[in-house]
Design a protein. Structure first.
Ligand SMILES: Cc1cc2nc3c(=O)[nH]c(=O)nc-3n(C[C@H](O)[C@H](O)[C@H](O)COP(=O)(O)OP(=O)(O)OC[C@H]3O[C@@H](n4cnc5c(N)ncnc54)[C@H](O)[C@@H]3O)c2cc1C
Length: 265
């Protein structure tokens, strides 16, 4: 934990370990990467170790949408206001095409996801207080990459972030009236924040976009072109989601155990 891998060590087309940012080399019989697929193949593996057709294909694939997120600490008793569901999707219609298009355009008044973890786990906040988190799917390149200047987050970035936070709180007031009057603390994250913390390309929330040509077997498989290097997680065939990535990890582990029992390296 807290150790960035900077290199997957490959000898004779076989993964033999990893190197970390602290300069440690860790030998391993097998390497499993659930990191961003572009990072795994374009950054962590030395150039020249993989065929260019595969790398071109990887470069052409499209990451999924990211999220704008808001977390609030509020001093209001939500149960007294009749709010008992810990997850609420607040959208004006069931037309998913319309909702998706609204998200691409950043129509923050159209709706948002509301999650209130303290309704299912009250111990997460003091009595009569709650955590309210708001999420809104959004592209990484919204407003010229969030009004960054030469990749840097300056005043324009922060202003845009604050404005969207305000708009989403207003949208959530359709479900939780007077929410804005009860905020004790607030925090927000853009797709750039997600990219920074998860290292997922473009802050992708679900790995590759779940389009038909990038789903199921069209996604990356657990086995790679490099022997003993395996993949798991949302960039692989099971796709995005916490349960699917857990299953993907289990499947990859079982695959390695099977391979190892037949012919250990
Ligand atoms: C805001 C948001 C809400 C979501 N809501 C839901 C939901 O309600 N239900 C659901 O099922 N799914 C949801 N998802 C999707 C789900 O969270 C992801 O698909 C899933 O967590 C991906 O898991 P993973 O293990 O593949 O990758 P990640 O969770 O991205 O894990 C990869 C890990 O590798 C680490 N890492 C990356 N590079 C390196 C490196 N070089 N060295 C060392 N470590 C590295 C990262 O720090 C990270 O910890 C949501 C995603 C987001 C962003």
């Amino acid at each position: 934990m807290g150790n960035k891998v900077t290199k997957i060590l490959v000898e004779n087309n076989k993964a033999v370990g990893v190197e970390t940012a602290k300069g440690n080399k860790i030998n391993a019989k097998y390497v499993v990467s659930n990191a961003d697929a572009r990072q795994t193949f374009l950054k962590l593996i030395e150039p020249g170790k993989l065929n260019s057709k595969f790398l071109d294909c990887l470069n052409q694939m499209e990451p999924s949408l990211s999220f704008f997120q808001v977390w609030l600490g509020v001093d209001m008793n939500l149960r007294d206001k009749g709010i008992t569901e810990y997850e609420i999707f607040c959208y004006p219609s069931y037309d998913l095409g319309y909702i998706y298009d609204s998200c691409l355009q950043g129509k923050f008044e159209s709706g948002c996801g509301i999650c209130i973890p303290t309704l299912s786990a009250p111990g997460l906040a003091p009595e009569s207080k709650h955590i309210v988190s708001l999420i809104y799917p959004i592209p990484y390149d919204y407003k010229e990459r969030w009004r960054t200047e030469n990749g840097k987050r300056g005043d324009s970035y922060r202003k845009l972030k604050d404005e969207i936070k305000r708009q989403l709180i207003e949208t959530a007031e359709r479900v939780i009236p007077e929410l804005s009057e009860h905020i004790i603390l607030s925090e927000a994250a853009t797709p750039l924040t997600l990219e920074r913390y998860t290292q997922n390309s473009k802050g992708a929330a679900y790995g590759w976009a779940s389009t038909p040509d990038q789903s199921g077997t069209n996604r990356l498989q657990p086995e790679t072109l490099i022997k003993n290097l395996y993949l798991a997680g949302h960039w692989t065939t099971s796709g995005g989601g916490t349960i699917t990535v857990a299953i993907s990890g289990k499947n990859t582990a079982e695959m390695i155990i099977k391979v190892h029992s037949k012919s250990p390296p």
